[in-house]
Design a protein around this ligand. Structure first.
Ligand SMILES: [Zn+2]
Length: 403
């Protein structure tokens, strides 16, 4: 189904800006038992709202298919780096907001419950909400009470009648997954105390464009927020930004703190910078598409040369964004021998559509000469020493070289 109007301001003046071709769901890894089934693909196209500047995907997909068909494999605590991030997130937020002990928190998109567990350990009462039955089970094992479901009006009413109004709602890398962000943010306001806080974090669209990274785009990411579009959306639910900043996660994320009060913040300054960079101009994206296609051509030439000489190429990091990369580049199992990952939820499975087997990093031990392509580029600094220790002959290749 086509999205014909802006999810933030309802305007029908939306224009296509990015077209990455047809892609499967990026965050669904395929178990052996379903290996021969055909994965559904949908056009991966982004539009820009000419009225409010919001960027969203053009084709809507069924959220039930996205999250519950196959065990959703992404766990928010899948690496040391991510665990450290969520540990300090819990500390920073509770200090910055001066949360009193026993404060109630609802974490929307609580995934495996790792962050809620950190809040609970610090003396707060954090309850999760998540649409994946598999993740709800994992969270329960951590002792985190979790409500199964997508965060819609009905779910927020349910939490309201059970837990009352809360001091804090957190939603990390989830708000941008919502098919109805307006209903989402209204549902947040519905359960928030008058002086309560709403904190959300997600990849910052401006960083993606600035660094010419297209791989944060996938069907599960419906919205691509700027400070400007976040402000417009929050205002429709009676919330305003009291703090916004860029944090080092997923290669550059935007963390926003909002409240039911009207307060001046540095958000205005960030919006001016977004405008100055041309984030709301069609032309910016024409240049962006030219650059990423050019980079693809140059890198593929290198890859095919290696393949002609029968060199093994192994990709590192079975992440959703890696799937956008592999599919946009047309790299499947005939070119990439394996994708490595450390998550036990992914090893033994296959990448969607491209059907590359996912194995442990130890596979690198089997080669004298081997090439590695890091898909989880945001973890590059952590990964390089680990991989070089496994096999010091690994040669790293990257499309960045083509820049
Ligand atoms: Zn709009």
């Amino acid at each position: 189904m086509l999205r014909n109007s802006c999810l933030v301001c309802d305007s029908k003046e939306i224009d296509e800006i990015i077209d990455l071709g047809s892609h499967p769901f990026a965050d669904t890894f395929i178990p052996e038992s379903r290996k021969s089934e055909a994965d559904k693909v949908y056009p991966l196209v982004c539009t820009l709202c000419l009225n409010c500047g919001h960027v969203q995907t053009k084709y809507s997909t069924d959220p039930n298919e996205r999250y519950s068909q196959i065990d959703y494999s992404y766990t928010s605590s899948n690496s040391n780096f991510s665990r450290t991030h969520w540990d300090s997130y819990a500390k920073e937020i509770s200090q910055e907001l001066n949360l009193s002990k026993g404060a109630t928190i609802i974490e929307v998109g609580s995934n495996d419950g790792y962050l809620s567990e950190q809040f609970n350990k610090a003396g707060y009462k954090s309850i999760g909400v998540d649409p994946s039955p598999y993740m709800v089970e994992l969270a329960k094992k951590r002792g985190v009470t979790t409500i199964l479901g997508l965060f819609v009006k009905e779910t927020s009413d349910k939490t309201l009648s059970k837990y009352g109004k809360v001091d804090l709602v957190v939603a990390n890398n989830v708000f941008n997954h919502s098919d109805n962000p307006l209903e989402f943010v209204k549902s947040v306001a519905n359960i928030l105390k008058d002086e309560g806080y709403f904190v959300f974090e997600q990849p910052y669209w401006v960083t993606s464009i600035r660094t010419e990274k297209f791989d944060q785009i996938y069907h599960e990411h419906v919205s691509y927020f700027t400070v400007r579009s976040a402000k417009t959306l929050l205002a429709r639910a009676g919330l305003s930004i009291i703090n916004a900043k860029i944090v080092n996660y997923h290669g550059g994320s935007l963390r926003v703190i909002a409240q039911k009060v009207n307060k001046e913040s540095q958000a205005e300054k960030m919006i001016k910078e977004e405008e100055k960079e041309g984030i709301f101009k069609i032309e910016t994206y024409r240049n962006f598409m030219d650059k990423i296609k050019n980079q693809r051509n140059i890198f593929l030439e290198r890859v095919y040369k290696l393949k002609q000489n029968n060199k093994p190429i192994i990709a590192v990091g079975a992440a959703a964004k890696g799937n956008t990369f592999l599919n946009f580049y047309g790299l499947n199992k005939t070119v990439i021998d394996y994708v490595t990952d450390s998550s036990p939820h992914k090893i033994g499975k296959y990448t969607p559509l491209t059907r590359i087997p996912i194995v442990n990093d130890d596979v690198f031990k089997n080669y004298d000469e081997v090439y590695a392509l890091i898909l989880s580029w945001n973890l590059k600094d952590q990964l390089l020493p680990i991989l070089s220790k496994i096999n010091q002959n690994i040669q790293f290749i990257s499309p960045e070289e083509a820049k």
